[in-house]
Design a binder for this molecule. Structure first.
Ligand code: NI
Length: 465
C-alpha cells in the first residue's frame, strides 16, 4: 500500500520515533514504506523514515544504488532501531534533498564513513560499515527519527532544483580536501570563506599554540563551531606531520599562521601548498607586512597567493590583487581588507589549480623587502627622533597591538612641552590610540592609560592635567 509522504512544515515531521520489535505490524509498515519509496519517480528517493509518513516507529528504508564498477546491484534495506556506533572524523559536503522538502536542496556536511547497528526486518541484529552516499542516506534517515530535517543542518541558503543544476554543471564534482593552518581571527576569515564553498572540505584545521595567551586561538573556536577536525600545535614535527598526511589533503593553505611549514610537509598535498600573504610580494616579506606598509606611508598594498617553498614568503606567485590604503588605515583594517580579498581570490585559485589552469610566476628576489616581527618596544614613540607624521603613522600601524605608546612623563615633556620637572616624570604607560595631523602638528584624539579603558584626549586632559 502506498503511503502519503508528509511535507514540511507538517509538525508530525518533528516527532521522534520510538524503538520497535520485529513484529507483524512493523513488517507491514516496512513493506509499505518500501513500496512508497520505490514509487517515487520525479525525483526518486534514496531513503524514507517512518516519521515521514506520520508513524512513530524507529524504522528506516534505505536504497543502495547499483554500482557497476563495484559489481553491485541495487538493494533496498529496512533498518529497525538503527544506531550509529561510530563515525569518521572525515566529512564530506554534498547537496541533499528530501521527499518531505520537495524542490529544495541544501549543502550538508556529514561523516564520510559510519558504523551502524540495527535490526533487520526479520529481527536479526546486524552491524555494518557504510560510506559515501549510503552513509549519508542512513544519517539523513536517522535524523528523521529524531525529528531533524536536512534543512536544519544545511549551510547557506537552500537552492531550487534549477539553481542546483546550474551549480552542478559548473563544478560540483570536485571535492577538494584542505588542511588549513592559521591562528588569528584573520585566519578564521579565510577558513570560514573556504568552509562555505561547495566542493571544498576542510579536512583538518591546524592552529598555533599561543604562548602568551590563555585563550584558545580564534581558529580553534571556528573549528569547534563547525565540528571540524582540529589540531593545536607548538611545532610541526614528525608526529604532527603524520597526522596532517592522514587527512589526505589536496591543498595545504596557510593564512596568518606564524610557523614555517617544514619541507617534509610541503610534499604532502596532492596539488600544492599555498600561502595567503597580505602584501604585494616580493615587497614586505615576513611577519608584519601590514604595519610596515602603513609606516612607510604606502598608498596601495595587496594580497598575494603563493605556492610555498622552503623559504620564507619566497614561493612562486599564483595570484595577486591590489587594494588602496585609506589615509585612516590601521593594521586592523588593513588585515581585514587583505584577508577578505585573499579569501575570495583563493577559492578561484583552488578550482583553477585543480583543473591545472594556473601559471606560476617566480618572484624577483632583487626587489624583495623584509619586515620583522613586532614587539611591544616597536610601539614606543621616540619624541626626539620621530616626526609628527611618522608618529601619526605609528598610531595606525600598531593599532590595536602593541599600540604606539609613551609614558605620561614624556608626553608632558615632549608633546605638551611643559617645563620638565622631576616630580612629573610619571612612568605610567599611555597608548596613543587615535590622532591626526593638523598643519604639520600631531593632535591626539584618543588615548589609553595602561590598564584602563580608552578615553578621549579631552577626557584625559580634564582628568589628569
Ligand atoms: Ni528526508
Amino acid at each position: 500500500m502506498l503511503l502519503e509522504i508528509l511535507k514540511s512544515p507538517d509538525p508530525r515531521l518533528r516527532q521522534k520515533g520510538s524503538p520497535v520489535e520485529a513484529e507483524p505490524g512493523v513488517q507491514e509498515l516496512v513493506q509499505n514504506l518500501k513500496e512508497t519509496l520505490l514509487a517515487q519517480k520525479d525525483p526518486e528517493g534514496v531513503g524514507l523514515a517512518a516519521t515521514q509518513v506520520g508513524r512513530t516507529e524507529r524504522v528506516i528504508i534505505v536504497r543502495e544504488l547499483a554500482d557497476e564498477k563495484k559489481n553491485r546491484t541495487e538493494k533496498v534495506m529496512a533498518l529497525l532501531n538503527p544506531q550509529v556506533l561510530s563515525q569518521s572524523f572525515q566529512t564530506t559536503k554534498e547537496y541533499e534533498g528530501c521527499l518531505s522538502v520537495p524542490g529544495y536542496y541544501g549543502l550538508v556536511s556529514r561523516a564520510e564513513k559510519i558504523k551502524v547497528t540495527a535490526l533487520e526486518e526479520n529481527g536479526r541484529p546486524i552491524k555494518f560499515r557504510a560510506e559515501g552516499l549510503l552513509a549519508r542516506t542512513i544519517l539523513h534517515e536517522i535524523d528523521h527519527l529524531e525529528g531533524i530535517l536536512f534543512t536544519d543542518r544545511a549551510e547557506g541558503k537552500l537552492l531550487s532544483e534549477e539553481e542546483l543544476d546550474s551549480l552542478l554543471q559548473q563544478n560540483l564534482s570536485l571535492n577538494l580536501r584542505i588542511v588549513f593552518f592559521g591562528s588569528s581571527r584573520y585566519s578564521t576569515l579565510v577558513a570560514e570563506s573556504l568552509h562555505n564553498q561547495p566542493g571544498l572540505t576542510l579536512a583538518l584545521v591546524v592552529s598555533q599554540e599561543h604562548q602568551l595567551s590563555s585563550q584558545p586561538p580564534a581558529l580553534e573556536q571556528f573549528a569547534q563551531k563547525y565540528n571540524l577536525k582540529h589540531l593545536r600545535v607548538a611545532k610541526l614535527g614528525k608526529e604532527e606531520t603524520e597526522l596532517i598526511a592522514e587527512a589526505r589533503p589536496d591543498f595545504l593553505i596557510t593564512a596568518d599562521f606564524g610557523l614555517k611549514i617544514p619541507p617534509s610537509l610541503l610534499q604532502c598535498p596532492r596539488i600544492a601548498p599555498l600561502n595567503v600573504h597580505p602584501s604585494l610580494l616580493p615587497k614586505y616579506r615576513g611577519p608584519a607586512p601590514g604595519p610596515a606598509a602603513i609606516l612607510q606611508g604606502e598608498r596601495e598594498s595587496g594580497i598575494t597567493i603563493i605556492q610555498m617553498d622552503a623559504g620564507f614568503d619566497t614561493g612562486a606567485v599564483i595570484a595577486q590583487e591590489r587594494f588602496p590604503l585609506d589615509p585612516q588605515e590601521t593594521a586592523a583594517s588593513f588585515y581585514q581588507k587583505a584577508y577578505e580579498l585573499g579569501a575570495k581570490r583563493l577559492h578561484k585559485v583552488l578550482l583553477q589549480m585543480a583543473e591545472g589552469k594556473i601559471v606560476l610566476r617566480a618572484q624577483d628576489n632583487n626587489q624583495a623587502t623584509y619586515t620583522s616581527k613586532i614587539s611591544k618596544v616597536c610601539g614606543r614613540v621616540k619624541w626626539e627622533e620621530d616626526s609628527p607624521d611618522y608618529i601619526e603613522r605609528m598610531i595606525r600601524a600598531y593599532y590595536p597591538w602593541p599600540g604606539a605608546w609613551t609614558t605620561i612623563g614624556e608626553l608632558r615633556k615632549f608633546y605638551l612641552k611643559e617645563a620638565y620637572l622631576p616630580q612629573t616624570s610619571d612612568p605610567k604607560r599611555l597608548k596613543l590610540l587615535k590622532g591626526h595631523l593638523r598643519e604639520g602638528k600631531l593632535e591626539l584624539a584618543e588615548v589609553q592609560i595602561e590598564g584602563k579603558k580608552p578615553i578621549s584626549w579631552r577626557q584625559f586632559q580634564a582628568g589628569h592635567l
